[in-house]
Write a protein that binds this ligand. Structure first.
Ligand code: ZN
Ligand code: ZN
Length: 123
């Protein structure tokens, strides 16, 4: 089980209260007066990732993170303008079956994010 120090709990709560992907600097901004520096945040993030609590992805040369601790398998739609994010159910099974058959390959895992413009940004 993960060891939750006070500082890690504070970092984790920022993820819990965010409805969009955030990076380490965003967390630093939110926790500005909490005596937490960037390296503490990065160590906390690394710990959360190792414990399968966070999903990371690269966007605009930065690494963003979202809480993904429900144990279920999802994909994400991410708006490239406002970083709006929405979980999408996985419909990959038929494609994966086909890939396995065609390539004689046992697929055990896959990742996919979908990028585009959300309803508010697509005007
Ligand atoms: Zn948007
Ligand atoms: Zn999937």
């Amino acid at each position: 089980m993960i060891r939750m120090t006070t500082k890690r709990k504070k970092v984790y709560s920022v993820f819990e209260n965010s409805n969009k992907p955030i990076n380490a600097e965003n967390i630093l901004d939110v926790l500005g007066d909490e005596n937490i520096n960037l390296s503490t945040i990065y160590r906390a993030i690394e710990c959360f990732i190792n414990n399968d609590l966070l999903l990371s992805f690269h966007f605009n040369n930065k690494t963003y993170y979202i809480l993904d601790n429900e144990g279920n398998h999802y994909h994400y739609f991410i708006c490239t303008n406002c970083l709006f994010m929405k979980k999408i159910n996985c419909n990959m099974n038929p494609i994966i079956k086909k890939l396995e058959d065609e390539n004689n390959f046992l697929i055990t895992n896959h990742e996919m994010n979908v990028y585009g413009l959300c309803n508010s940004c697509n005007i």
